[in-house]
Design a protein around this ligand. Sequence first.
Ligand SMILES: Cc1cc2nc3c(=O)[nH]c(=O)nc-3n(C[C@H](O)[C@H](O)[C@H](O)COP(=O)(O)OP(=O)(O)OC[C@H]3O[C@@H](n4cnc5c(N)ncnc54)[C@H](O)[C@@H]3O)c2cc1C
Length: 528
Amino acid sequence: MQSWYSFELDGEVCRVEKEDTHGSLAAYLAQLDPCFSHFADDRAGCCPQLVVMGTLEGDRHRFRVIDAGGTMLAMLAGRQVWTPEGIRNAEPEHPVNLAFLDRHFECGEARVDALIALTFEGYYRPDLRRQGQINDQFDAIESRTVNVPAVRETAAQVFASTEQLRHEAALRAERSGQESTVWTGKKDIFGDRFTKQLFRLAERKTLHYVDGSKRRFFQPDNLIELLRLKREYPDSLFVAGGTSLSRQVGAVEYPNLISLEGVKELSSILTSEESWEIGAAVSLTQVGEHIGRECQPFNKALRRFASRPVRNRATLGGYLATAWSSGQLAPLLMALNARVILLSPDGERDAPLSQFYTASGRTILQANEVIRSILIPRSNVSLLSARGVTSRLCDVYTVGPRRTLCEPYATGAFAIELRDRQIAKAWLAYSGIGEKPERAREAEEFLAGKAWEEKTLIECLGILHRSVEVAERDAPRSEPAYRKQLVGTLFQKFFYQHPRPDSVRPESLTATGEFARLDEPFFDVIPS
Ligand SMILES: Cc1cc2nc3c(=O)[nH]c(=O)nc-3n(C[C@H](O)[C@H](O)[C@H](O)COP(=O)(O)OP(=O)(O)OC[C@H]3O[C@@H](n4cnc5c(N)ncnc54)[C@H](O)[C@@H]3O)c2cc1C
Protein backbone atom coordinates (compact mmCIF):
# COMPACT_ATOMS: atom_id res chain seq x y z
CA MET A 1 0.00 0.00 0.00
CA GLN A 2 1.17 3.53 -0.63
CA SER A 3 0.17 6.67 1.21
CA TRP A 4 0.65 9.05 -1.69
CA TYR A 5 0.03 9.48 -5.39
CA SER A 6 0.55 12.27 -7.84
CA PHE A 7 -1.17 14.08 -10.66
CA GLU A 8 -0.33 17.16 -12.70
CA LEU A 9 -2.06 20.37 -11.74
CA ASP A 10 -1.79 23.31 -14.13
CA GLY A 11 1.43 21.93 -15.55
CA GLU A 12 3.16 21.08 -12.25
CA VAL A 13 3.44 17.70 -10.56
CA CYS A 14 1.28 17.64 -7.47
CA ARG A 15 2.00 15.06 -4.77
CA VAL A 16 -0.99 14.06 -2.68
CA GLU A 17 -0.34 12.52 0.71
CA LYS A 18 -2.80 10.99 3.18
CA GLU A 19 -5.73 12.80 1.56
CA ASP A 20 -9.16 11.32 2.24
CA THR A 21 -10.09 8.67 -0.36
CA HIS A 22 -13.56 10.22 -0.42
CA GLY A 23 -12.36 13.77 -1.00
CA SER A 24 -13.25 15.62 -4.18
CA LEU A 25 -10.88 17.55 -6.40
CA ALA A 26 -12.77 20.75 -5.54
CA ALA A 27 -12.27 20.23 -1.79
CA TYR A 28 -8.57 19.59 -2.35
CA LEU A 29 -8.08 22.67 -4.53
CA ALA A 30 -9.97 24.88 -2.10
CA GLN A 31 -7.48 24.19 0.69
CA LEU A 32 -4.41 24.07 -1.57
CA ASP A 33 -4.12 27.73 -2.51
CA PRO A 34 -6.13 30.91 -1.80
CA CYS A 35 -6.51 31.48 -5.56
CA PHE A 36 -8.64 28.30 -5.64
CA SER A 37 -10.76 29.24 -2.62
CA HIS A 38 -13.86 29.58 -4.82
CA PHE A 39 -13.80 25.79 -5.28
CA ALA A 40 -15.04 25.58 -1.68
CA ASP A 41 -18.35 27.00 -2.89
CA ASP A 42 -19.86 23.66 -3.83
CA ARG A 43 -23.20 24.42 -5.47
CA ALA A 44 -23.04 21.67 -8.06
CA GLY A 45 -26.60 21.78 -9.31
CA CYS A 46 -26.40 25.55 -9.63
CA CYS A 47 -23.03 26.07 -11.31
CA PRO A 48 -20.59 23.21 -11.72
CA GLN A 49 -16.94 23.87 -10.89
CA LEU A 50 -15.46 22.87 -14.19
CA VAL A 51 -11.84 21.99 -14.86
CA VAL A 52 -10.24 20.11 -17.75
CA MET A 53 -8.78 16.64 -17.28
CA GLY A 54 -5.99 15.41 -19.55
CA THR A 55 -6.15 11.66 -19.91
CA LEU A 56 -5.14 8.73 -22.07
CA GLU A 57 -8.11 6.70 -23.36
CA GLY A 58 -6.77 3.57 -25.04
CA ASP A 59 -4.37 5.01 -27.62
CA ARG A 60 -5.91 8.49 -27.64
CA HIS A 61 -4.90 11.48 -25.58
CA ARG A 62 -7.89 13.59 -24.70
CA PHE A 63 -8.91 16.69 -22.81
CA ARG A 64 -12.22 16.14 -21.02
CA VAL A 65 -14.09 18.78 -19.10
CA ILE A 66 -15.18 17.51 -15.67
CA ASP A 67 -16.86 18.82 -12.55
CA ALA A 68 -14.24 19.18 -9.81
CA GLY A 69 -16.97 18.93 -7.17
CA GLY A 70 -18.15 15.58 -8.53
CA THR A 71 -14.74 13.98 -9.11
CA MET A 72 -12.89 12.06 -6.43
CA LEU A 73 -9.31 13.25 -6.17
CA ALA A 74 -7.81 9.74 -6.19
CA MET A 75 -9.35 9.15 -9.63
CA LEU A 76 -6.97 11.75 -11.00
CA ALA A 77 -3.79 9.85 -10.03
CA GLY A 78 -1.57 9.78 -13.11
CA ARG A 79 -3.72 12.29 -14.97
CA GLN A 80 -3.55 16.01 -15.65
CA VAL A 81 -5.84 18.80 -14.50
CA TRP A 82 -6.09 22.31 -15.91
CA THR A 83 -8.12 24.81 -13.93
CA PRO A 84 -9.56 27.89 -15.71
CA GLU A 85 -6.96 29.93 -13.77
CA GLY A 86 -4.20 27.64 -15.04
CA ILE A 87 -5.45 27.90 -18.64
CA ARG A 88 -5.45 31.70 -18.41
CA ASN A 89 -1.99 31.95 -16.86
CA ALA A 90 -0.14 29.25 -18.82
CA GLU A 91 -0.73 30.75 -22.26
CA PRO A 92 -2.46 34.14 -22.31
CA GLU A 93 -2.24 34.18 -26.12
CA HIS A 94 -4.08 30.87 -26.49
CA PRO A 95 -7.09 31.21 -28.87
CA VAL A 96 -9.50 30.39 -26.02
CA ASN A 97 -8.08 33.10 -23.78
CA LEU A 98 -8.05 35.63 -26.60
CA ALA A 99 -11.66 34.86 -27.44
CA PHE A 100 -12.72 35.59 -23.84
CA LEU A 101 -11.03 38.98 -23.72
CA ASP A 102 -13.46 41.91 -23.67
CA ARG A 103 -16.56 39.73 -24.17
CA HIS A 104 -19.52 40.10 -21.87
CA PHE A 105 -21.45 37.00 -20.99
CA GLU A 106 -23.76 38.66 -18.47
CA CYS A 107 -22.97 36.17 -15.75
CA GLY A 108 -20.74 35.80 -12.71
CA GLU A 109 -17.08 34.78 -12.66
CA ALA A 110 -17.85 31.16 -11.78
CA ARG A 111 -19.89 30.73 -14.93
CA VAL A 112 -17.29 32.45 -17.10
CA ASP A 113 -14.75 29.96 -15.69
CA ALA A 114 -17.11 27.13 -16.63
CA LEU A 115 -17.42 28.56 -20.14
CA ILE A 116 -13.62 28.74 -20.48
CA ALA A 117 -13.25 25.08 -19.49
CA LEU A 118 -16.00 24.00 -21.93
CA THR A 119 -14.54 26.08 -24.76
CA PHE A 120 -11.06 24.73 -24.05
CA GLU A 121 -12.29 21.13 -24.35
CA GLY A 122 -14.22 22.03 -27.49
CA TYR A 123 -11.13 23.60 -29.08
CA TYR A 124 -9.32 20.24 -28.90
CA ARG A 125 -12.31 18.00 -29.74
CA PRO A 126 -11.63 16.32 -33.09
CA ASP A 127 -15.31 15.47 -33.52
CA LEU A 128 -16.70 18.96 -32.93
CA ARG A 129 -17.10 20.25 -36.45
CA ARG A 130 -20.64 21.62 -36.95
CA GLN A 131 -22.39 24.69 -35.56
CA GLY A 132 -25.20 22.54 -34.15
CA GLN A 133 -22.75 20.81 -31.84
CA ILE A 134 -22.33 24.03 -29.87
CA ASN A 135 -25.54 23.00 -28.11
CA ASP A 136 -23.99 19.70 -27.14
CA GLN A 137 -20.91 21.40 -25.71
CA PHE A 138 -22.63 24.13 -23.69
CA ASP A 139 -26.29 23.22 -23.39
CA ALA A 140 -26.74 22.74 -19.66
CA ILE A 141 -24.66 25.82 -18.93
CA GLU A 142 -26.30 28.03 -21.51
CA SER A 143 -29.75 27.23 -20.30
CA ARG A 144 -28.93 29.13 -17.15
CA THR A 145 -28.77 32.88 -17.45
CA VAL A 146 -25.87 33.65 -19.73
CA ASN A 147 -25.66 35.73 -22.84
CA VAL A 148 -26.26 32.89 -25.29
CA PRO A 149 -25.43 34.79 -28.52
CA ALA A 150 -22.07 35.82 -26.98
CA VAL A 151 -21.30 32.19 -26.12
CA ARG A 152 -22.20 31.10 -29.65
CA GLU A 153 -20.06 33.79 -31.23
CA THR A 154 -17.08 32.95 -29.02
CA ALA A 155 -17.46 29.24 -29.62
CA ALA A 156 -17.81 29.63 -33.38
CA GLN A 157 -14.68 31.78 -33.49
CA VAL A 158 -12.61 29.36 -31.40
CA PHE A 159 -13.83 26.18 -33.08
CA ALA A 160 -13.33 27.67 -36.54
CA SER A 161 -9.68 28.28 -35.69
CA THR A 162 -9.29 24.59 -34.77
CA GLU A 163 -10.94 23.51 -38.00
CA GLN A 164 -8.51 25.66 -39.92
CA LEU A 165 -5.56 24.16 -38.05
CA ARG A 166 -6.89 20.67 -38.67
CA HIS A 167 -7.44 21.38 -42.33
CA GLU A 168 -3.85 22.58 -42.73
CA ALA A 169 -2.53 19.59 -40.78
CA ALA A 170 -4.60 17.25 -42.96
CA LEU A 171 -3.09 18.72 -46.11
CA ARG A 172 0.39 18.08 -44.72
CA ALA A 173 -0.52 14.59 -43.45
CA GLU A 174 -2.10 13.64 -46.78
CA ARG A 175 1.34 13.71 -48.36
CA SER A 176 2.61 11.15 -45.83
CA GLY A 177 -0.59 9.04 -46.01
CA GLN A 178 -1.50 9.70 -42.34
CA GLU A 179 -4.53 11.88 -42.80
CA SER A 180 -6.74 9.80 -40.50
CA THR A 181 -4.56 10.58 -37.47
CA VAL A 182 -5.55 14.24 -37.79
CA TRP A 183 -9.30 13.56 -37.60
CA THR A 184 -9.12 10.97 -34.87
CA GLY A 185 -6.99 13.20 -32.66
CA LYS A 186 -4.26 10.56 -32.42
CA LYS A 187 -1.67 13.09 -33.49
CA ASP A 188 -0.78 16.39 -31.85
CA ILE A 189 -1.60 18.92 -34.56
CA PHE A 190 -1.57 21.88 -32.15
CA GLY A 191 1.94 21.63 -30.76
CA ASP A 192 1.09 24.09 -27.99
CA ARG A 193 2.06 23.90 -24.36
CA PHE A 194 -1.10 22.07 -23.34
CA THR A 195 -1.00 19.36 -25.98
CA LYS A 196 2.76 18.83 -25.66
CA GLN A 197 2.17 18.06 -22.02
CA LEU A 198 -0.92 15.95 -22.79
CA PHE A 199 0.85 13.79 -25.33
CA ARG A 200 3.55 13.01 -22.75
CA LEU A 201 0.96 11.23 -20.59
CA ALA A 202 1.72 7.54 -20.24
CA GLU A 203 -0.62 4.71 -19.32
CA ARG A 204 -1.79 4.94 -15.73
CA LYS A 205 -0.24 2.58 -13.21
CA THR A 206 -2.13 0.44 -10.72
CA LEU A 207 -2.74 2.19 -7.44
CA HIS A 208 -3.10 0.78 -3.92
CA TYR A 209 -3.56 3.86 -1.81
CA VAL A 210 -4.39 4.20 1.87
CA ASP A 211 -5.49 7.49 3.42
CA GLY A 212 -4.92 8.94 6.91
CA SER A 213 -8.06 7.16 8.22
CA LYS A 214 -6.88 3.78 6.86
CA ARG A 215 -9.42 3.76 4.06
CA ARG A 216 -8.19 2.28 0.82
CA PHE A 217 -8.52 3.22 -2.82
CA PHE A 218 -7.54 0.52 -5.28
CA GLN A 219 -7.09 0.97 -8.96
CA PRO A 220 -6.34 -2.43 -10.49
CA ASP A 221 -5.44 -2.74 -14.15
CA ASN A 222 -6.96 -6.14 -14.96
CA LEU A 223 -10.03 -8.21 -14.20
CA ILE A 224 -8.23 -10.95 -12.26
CA GLU A 225 -6.79 -8.41 -9.85
CA LEU A 226 -10.18 -6.69 -9.61
CA LEU A 227 -11.94 -9.90 -8.57
CA ARG A 228 -9.12 -10.78 -6.18
CA LEU A 229 -9.46 -7.41 -4.44
CA LYS A 230 -13.23 -7.80 -4.20
CA ARG A 231 -12.76 -11.22 -2.58
CA GLU A 232 -10.18 -9.87 -0.15
CA TYR A 233 -12.25 -6.77 0.69
CA PRO A 234 -15.89 -7.89 0.40
CA ASP A 235 -17.11 -4.62 1.96
CA SER A 236 -15.48 -2.61 -0.81
CA LEU A 237 -17.50 -0.60 -3.30
CA PHE A 238 -16.88 -0.46 -7.03
CA VAL A 239 -16.51 3.03 -8.37
CA ALA A 240 -16.57 3.82 -12.08
CA GLY A 241 -17.04 7.49 -13.05
CA GLY A 242 -17.92 8.30 -9.46
CA THR A 243 -20.62 10.80 -10.48
CA SER A 244 -23.27 9.33 -8.22
CA LEU A 245 -20.89 8.68 -5.32
CA SER A 246 -18.97 11.90 -4.96
CA ARG A 247 -22.12 13.74 -4.01
CA GLN A 248 -22.86 11.31 -1.19
CA VAL A 249 -19.54 11.98 0.52
CA GLY A 250 -20.11 12.89 4.12
CA ALA A 251 -23.42 11.03 4.14
CA VAL A 252 -21.97 7.60 3.35
CA GLU A 253 -18.66 6.07 4.40
CA TYR A 254 -16.95 3.51 2.19
CA PRO A 255 -14.01 1.79 3.90
CA ASN A 256 -12.56 0.60 0.60
CA LEU A 257 -13.15 1.74 -2.94
CA ILE A 258 -12.16 -0.22 -6.03
CA SER A 259 -11.91 1.91 -9.14
CA LEU A 260 -12.88 0.23 -12.41
CA GLU A 261 -11.37 2.86 -14.68
CA GLY A 262 -7.91 1.31 -14.96
CA VAL A 263 -9.18 -2.19 -15.81
CA LYS A 264 -8.36 -2.60 -19.48
CA GLU A 265 -11.08 -5.15 -20.20
CA LEU A 266 -13.69 -2.74 -18.81
CA SER A 267 -12.35 0.34 -20.57
CA SER A 268 -12.45 -0.70 -24.18
CA ILE A 269 -15.03 -1.14 -26.91
CA LEU A 270 -14.80 -4.23 -29.09
CA THR A 271 -16.39 -3.81 -32.49
CA SER A 272 -17.33 -6.83 -34.54
CA GLU A 273 -19.43 -7.21 -37.67
CA GLU A 274 -22.51 -8.02 -35.56
CA SER A 275 -22.17 -5.98 -32.38
CA TRP A 276 -20.39 -3.52 -30.14
CA GLU A 277 -19.23 -4.86 -26.81
CA ILE A 278 -18.87 -1.79 -24.62
CA GLY A 279 -16.74 -2.13 -21.51
CA ALA A 280 -18.69 -1.13 -18.40
CA ALA A 281 -16.14 1.56 -17.47
CA VAL A 282 -16.30 3.39 -20.80
CA SER A 283 -17.67 6.90 -20.37
CA LEU A 284 -20.93 7.88 -22.05
CA THR A 285 -19.10 10.46 -24.14
CA GLN A 286 -16.75 7.79 -25.48
CA VAL A 287 -19.65 5.46 -26.22
CA GLY A 288 -21.32 8.26 -28.19
CA GLU A 289 -18.10 8.97 -30.08
CA HIS A 290 -17.71 5.32 -30.97
CA ILE A 291 -21.21 4.21 -31.91
CA GLY A 292 -23.13 7.50 -32.35
CA ARG A 293 -22.47 7.94 -36.04
CA GLU A 294 -23.98 4.54 -36.87
CA CYS A 295 -26.45 4.43 -34.00
CA GLN A 296 -27.86 7.95 -34.09
CA PRO A 297 -30.62 7.45 -31.50
CA PHE A 298 -27.88 6.87 -28.93
CA ASN A 299 -26.44 10.33 -29.51
CA LYS A 300 -29.92 11.80 -29.46
CA ALA A 301 -30.54 10.23 -26.02
CA LEU A 302 -27.17 11.49 -24.77
CA ARG A 303 -28.09 15.05 -25.73
CA ARG A 304 -30.79 14.93 -23.06
CA PHE A 305 -28.55 13.22 -20.51
CA ALA A 306 -27.13 15.50 -17.78
CA SER A 307 -24.39 17.71 -19.26
CA ARG A 308 -21.13 17.24 -21.11
CA PRO A 309 -19.01 17.20 -17.89
CA VAL A 310 -21.22 14.49 -16.36
CA ARG A 311 -21.24 12.41 -19.57
CA ASN A 312 -17.46 12.70 -19.69
CA ARG A 313 -17.27 10.82 -16.39
CA ALA A 314 -20.44 8.71 -16.06
CA THR A 315 -19.98 5.22 -17.47
CA LEU A 316 -22.47 2.88 -19.07
CA GLY A 317 -21.88 0.27 -16.33
CA GLY A 318 -22.36 2.88 -13.59
CA TYR A 319 -25.54 4.05 -15.27
CA LEU A 320 -27.00 0.53 -15.32
CA ALA A 321 -25.91 -0.31 -11.77
CA THR A 322 -27.49 2.90 -10.46
CA ALA A 323 -30.82 1.61 -11.88
CA TRP A 324 -32.59 4.93 -11.83
CA SER A 325 -36.18 4.25 -12.84
CA SER A 326 -36.35 7.47 -14.93
CA GLY A 327 -32.95 7.10 -16.65
CA GLN A 328 -33.14 7.94 -20.37
CA LEU A 329 -30.78 5.29 -21.73
CA ALA A 330 -32.42 2.09 -20.50
CA PRO A 331 -35.43 2.18 -22.89
CA LEU A 332 -33.15 2.82 -25.84
CA LEU A 333 -30.79 0.01 -24.86
CA MET A 334 -33.84 -2.28 -24.64
CA ALA A 335 -35.03 -1.13 -28.06
CA LEU A 336 -31.55 -1.89 -29.37
CA ASN A 337 -31.88 -5.37 -27.87
CA ALA A 338 -28.79 -4.93 -25.67
CA ARG A 339 -27.50 -7.56 -23.26
CA VAL A 340 -25.59 -7.07 -20.01
CA ILE A 341 -22.60 -9.29 -19.25
CA LEU A 342 -21.89 -9.82 -15.56
CA LEU A 343 -18.76 -11.27 -14.00
CA SER A 344 -17.99 -12.71 -10.57
CA PRO A 345 -15.43 -15.17 -9.15
CA ASP A 346 -18.03 -17.88 -9.99
CA GLY A 347 -17.95 -17.04 -13.68
CA GLU A 348 -19.75 -15.03 -16.28
CA ARG A 349 -23.46 -14.75 -17.07
CA ASP A 350 -25.45 -12.50 -19.32
CA ALA A 351 -29.01 -11.28 -19.54
CA PRO A 352 -31.08 -9.13 -21.87
CA LEU A 353 -31.36 -5.63 -20.46
CA SER A 354 -35.12 -6.10 -20.16
CA GLN A 355 -34.45 -8.74 -17.47
CA PHE A 356 -31.73 -6.76 -15.69
CA TYR A 357 -34.02 -4.52 -13.63
CA THR A 358 -36.04 -6.25 -10.90
CA ALA A 359 -37.73 -3.38 -9.04
CA SER A 360 -37.32 0.34 -8.45
CA GLY A 361 -33.57 0.94 -8.04
CA ARG A 362 -32.86 -2.80 -8.06
CA THR A 363 -31.19 -5.16 -10.50
CA ILE A 364 -30.12 -8.78 -10.76
CA LEU A 365 -26.55 -7.72 -9.88
CA GLN A 366 -25.17 -9.73 -6.92
CA ALA A 367 -22.88 -8.22 -4.27
CA ASN A 368 -19.72 -9.85 -5.65
CA GLU A 369 -20.60 -9.24 -9.30
CA VAL A 370 -19.35 -6.55 -11.61
CA ILE A 371 -20.94 -5.46 -14.85
CA ARG A 372 -18.29 -6.38 -17.36
CA SER A 373 -19.78 -5.06 -20.58
CA ILE A 374 -22.89 -4.22 -22.54
CA LEU A 375 -23.45 -5.94 -25.86
CA ILE A 376 -25.34 -3.87 -28.44
CA PRO A 377 -26.24 -5.58 -31.72
CA ARG A 378 -25.53 -3.54 -34.82
CA SER A 379 -28.13 -3.30 -37.54
CA ASN A 380 -26.49 -2.22 -40.75
CA VAL A 381 -27.98 -3.07 -44.12
CA SER A 382 -26.07 -6.33 -44.63
CA LEU A 383 -26.98 -7.68 -41.17
CA LEU A 384 -30.63 -6.77 -41.65
CA SER A 385 -30.84 -8.38 -45.07
CA ALA A 386 -29.21 -11.56 -43.70
CA ARG A 387 -32.29 -11.84 -41.41
CA GLY A 388 -34.66 -11.00 -44.25
CA VAL A 389 -35.41 -7.54 -42.84
CA THR A 390 -35.60 -4.58 -45.20
CA SER A 391 -35.30 -1.75 -42.67
CA ARG A 392 -35.13 -0.92 -38.99
CA LEU A 393 -36.68 2.22 -37.56
CA CYS A 394 -35.52 3.32 -34.14
CA ASP A 395 -36.00 6.51 -32.14
CA VAL A 396 -36.09 7.78 -28.58
CA TYR A 397 -38.12 10.57 -26.92
CA THR A 398 -37.74 12.13 -23.51
CA VAL A 399 -40.25 14.44 -21.84
CA GLY A 400 -39.16 16.52 -18.87
CA PRO A 401 -39.54 19.92 -17.24
CA ARG A 402 -36.57 21.19 -19.27
CA ARG A 403 -34.09 19.86 -21.77
CA THR A 404 -31.25 18.78 -19.47
CA LEU A 405 -30.20 18.47 -15.83
CA CYS A 406 -33.63 17.56 -14.54
CA GLU A 407 -35.50 14.40 -13.76
CA PRO A 408 -37.37 13.44 -16.93
CA TYR A 409 -41.06 12.58 -16.61
CA ALA A 410 -40.74 9.72 -19.05
CA THR A 411 -38.67 8.31 -21.88
CA GLY A 412 -39.94 6.05 -24.63
CA ALA A 413 -37.72 4.22 -27.11
CA PHE A 414 -39.10 2.29 -30.06
CA ALA A 415 -37.69 0.05 -32.74
CA ILE A 416 -39.53 -1.67 -35.56
CA GLU A 417 -38.02 -4.14 -37.99
CA LEU A 418 -39.85 -4.21 -41.30
CA ARG A 419 -40.16 -6.60 -44.21
CA ASP A 420 -41.27 -4.03 -46.74
CA ARG A 421 -44.26 -2.49 -44.90
CA GLN A 422 -44.92 -5.43 -42.61
CA ILE A 423 -43.61 -5.45 -39.03
CA ALA A 424 -41.35 -8.44 -38.40
CA LYS A 425 -40.50 -7.50 -34.81
CA ALA A 426 -41.09 -4.55 -32.50
CA TRP A 427 -39.46 -3.19 -29.35
CA LEU A 428 -41.34 -0.65 -27.21
CA ALA A 429 -39.71 0.35 -23.94
CA TYR A 430 -40.31 3.05 -21.34
CA SER A 431 -38.70 4.50 -18.25
CA GLY A 432 -40.27 6.87 -15.76
CA ILE A 433 -43.64 5.17 -16.24
CA GLY A 434 -43.60 2.04 -14.11
CA GLU A 435 -41.51 0.97 -11.14
CA LYS A 436 -38.55 0.20 -13.40
CA PRO A 437 -37.59 0.58 -17.06
CA GLU A 438 -39.69 -1.94 -18.95
CA ARG A 439 -40.74 -3.23 -22.34
CA ALA A 440 -44.38 -3.16 -23.40
CA ARG A 441 -44.54 -6.85 -24.29
CA GLU A 442 -48.21 -7.11 -25.09
CA ALA A 443 -48.06 -4.26 -27.58
CA GLU A 444 -44.87 -5.71 -29.11
CA GLU A 445 -46.59 -9.06 -29.66
CA PHE A 446 -49.61 -7.35 -31.16
CA LEU A 447 -47.48 -5.44 -33.68
CA ALA A 448 -45.62 -8.47 -35.04
CA GLY A 449 -47.01 -9.38 -38.45
CA LYS A 450 -49.15 -6.22 -38.83
CA ALA A 451 -48.71 -3.56 -41.48
CA TRP A 452 -46.88 -0.39 -40.33
CA GLU A 453 -49.81 1.97 -40.90
CA GLU A 454 -52.14 4.28 -39.01
CA LYS A 455 -54.78 1.61 -38.40
CA THR A 456 -52.21 -0.56 -36.60
CA LEU A 457 -51.04 2.44 -34.58
CA ILE A 458 -54.55 3.24 -33.38
CA GLU A 459 -55.22 -0.35 -32.34
CA CYS A 460 -51.86 -0.50 -30.60
CA LEU A 461 -52.58 2.66 -28.58
CA GLY A 462 -55.52 0.89 -26.94
CA ILE A 463 -53.30 -2.03 -25.97
CA LEU A 464 -50.61 0.28 -24.58
CA HIS A 465 -53.21 2.14 -22.54
CA ARG A 466 -54.56 -1.05 -21.03
CA SER A 467 -51.34 -3.00 -20.51
CA VAL A 468 -48.64 -0.53 -19.43
CA GLU A 469 -48.80 0.02 -15.70
CA VAL A 470 -48.04 3.43 -14.24
CA ALA A 471 -46.41 3.65 -10.83
CA GLU A 472 -47.35 6.24 -8.22
CA ARG A 473 -44.43 8.59 -7.88
CA ASP A 474 -43.67 11.42 -5.58
CA ALA A 475 -42.72 13.85 -8.35
CA PRO A 476 -44.30 17.25 -8.85
CA ARG A 477 -46.04 17.91 -12.17
CA SER A 478 -45.84 14.27 -13.11
CA GLU A 479 -49.15 12.75 -12.11
CA PRO A 480 -49.80 9.13 -13.09
CA ALA A 481 -52.57 10.17 -15.52
CA TYR A 482 -50.16 12.43 -17.37
CA ARG A 483 -47.49 9.76 -17.59
CA LYS A 484 -50.10 7.24 -18.78
CA GLN A 485 -50.98 9.63 -21.58
CA LEU A 486 -47.29 9.90 -22.52
CA VAL A 487 -47.14 6.14 -23.12
CA GLY A 488 -49.42 6.58 -26.11
CA THR A 489 -48.36 10.02 -27.34
CA LEU A 490 -44.67 9.11 -27.49
CA PHE A 491 -45.43 6.05 -29.59
CA GLN A 492 -47.72 8.14 -31.80
CA LYS A 493 -44.85 10.60 -32.30
CA PHE A 494 -42.62 7.72 -33.34
CA PHE A 495 -45.15 6.58 -35.94
CA TYR A 496 -45.72 10.04 -37.43
CA GLN A 497 -42.00 10.80 -37.60
CA HIS A 498 -41.19 7.42 -39.12
CA PRO A 499 -44.22 6.49 -41.21
CA ARG A 500 -42.28 4.77 -43.98
CA PRO A 501 -39.41 2.27 -44.16
CA ASP A 502 -37.17 5.00 -45.57
CA SER A 503 -37.72 7.42 -42.64
CA VAL A 504 -34.90 5.87 -40.66
CA ARG A 505 -33.03 8.88 -39.29
CA PRO A 506 -34.04 9.91 -35.76
CA GLU A 507 -35.88 13.20 -35.70
CA SER A 508 -34.65 16.07 -33.62
CA LEU A 509 -37.11 18.92 -33.93
CA THR A 510 -36.11 21.66 -31.55
CA ALA A 511 -36.14 25.39 -31.76
CA THR A 512 -32.51 25.63 -30.70
CA GLY A 513 -31.59 23.14 -33.39
CA GLU A 514 -33.07 25.36 -36.03
CA PHE A 515 -31.40 28.60 -35.11
CA ALA A 516 -28.10 26.88 -34.44
CA ARG A 517 -27.77 26.08 -38.15
CA LEU A 518 -27.24 22.43 -37.33
CA ASP A 519 -25.22 21.24 -40.27
CA GLU A 520 -23.19 24.32 -41.02
CA PRO A 521 -19.45 23.77 -40.57
CA PHE A 522 -17.37 26.19 -38.51
CA PHE A 523 -14.92 26.64 -41.27
CA ASP A 524 -15.49 26.53 -45.01
CA VAL A 525 -12.53 25.24 -46.91
CA ILE A 526 -11.77 27.50 -49.86
CA PRO A 527 -10.86 25.19 -52.73
CA SER A 528 -7.38 25.94 -54.06
C1 LIG B 1 -25.35 16.27 -12.23
C2 LIG B 1 -25.90 14.89 -12.60
C3 LIG B 1 -26.89 14.80 -13.58
C4 LIG B 1 -27.41 13.55 -13.93
N1 LIG B 1 -28.36 13.48 -14.91
C5 LIG B 1 -28.83 12.28 -15.29
C6 LIG B 1 -29.75 12.16 -16.36
O1 LIG B 1 -30.12 13.14 -17.02
N2 LIG B 1 -30.21 10.93 -16.69
C7 LIG B 1 -29.80 9.80 -16.03
O2 LIG B 1 -30.24 8.72 -16.37
N3 LIG B 1 -28.93 9.89 -15.01
C8 LIG B 1 -28.44 11.09 -14.62
N4 LIG B 1 -27.55 11.17 -13.60
C9 LIG B 1 -27.16 9.96 -12.88
C10 LIG B 1 -26.07 9.28 -13.67
O3 LIG B 1 -26.68 8.48 -14.63
C11 LIG B 1 -25.22 8.41 -12.78
O4 LIG B 1 -24.63 9.24 -11.79
C12 LIG B 1 -24.12 7.76 -13.58
O5 LIG B 1 -24.61 7.09 -14.69
C13 LIG B 1 -23.37 6.78 -12.72
O6 LIG B 1 -22.28 6.33 -13.48
P1 LIG B 1 -20.82 6.34 -12.84
O7 LIG B 1 -19.93 5.68 -13.80
O8 LIG B 1 -20.44 7.71 -12.42
O9 LIG B 1 -21.08 5.40 -11.60
P2 LIG B 1 -20.49 5.51 -10.11
O10 LIG B 1 -20.99 6.77 -9.49
O11 LIG B 1 -19.05 5.28 -10.13
O12 LIG B 1 -21.20 4.25 -9.45
C14 LIG B 1 -22.60 4.22 -9.28
C15 LIG B 1 -22.98 2.89 -8.63
O13 LIG B 1 -22.79 1.85 -9.57
C16 LIG B 1 -21.89 0.87 -9.08
N5 LIG B 1 -21.11 0.45 -10.24
C17 LIG B 1 -20.46 1.28 -11.12
N6 LIG B 1 -19.94 0.55 -12.13
C18 LIG B 1 -20.25 -0.74 -11.88
C19 LIG B 1 -19.98 -1.96 -12.57
N7 LIG B 1 -19.30 -2.00 -13.72
N8 LIG B 1 -20.44 -3.11 -12.03
C20 LIG B 1 -21.13 -3.08 -10.87
N9 LIG B 1 -21.43 -1.97 -10.18
C21 LIG B 1 -20.98 -0.81 -10.68
C22 LIG B 1 -21.09 1.56 -7.99
O14 LIG B 1 -20.66 0.63 -7.02
C23 LIG B 1 -22.12 2.52 -7.43
O15 LIG B 1 -22.94 1.86 -6.51
C24 LIG B 1 -26.97 12.39 -13.26
C25 LIG B 1 -25.96 12.48 -12.28
C26 LIG B 1 -25.42 13.71 -11.95
C27 LIG B 1 -24.33 13.78 -10.91
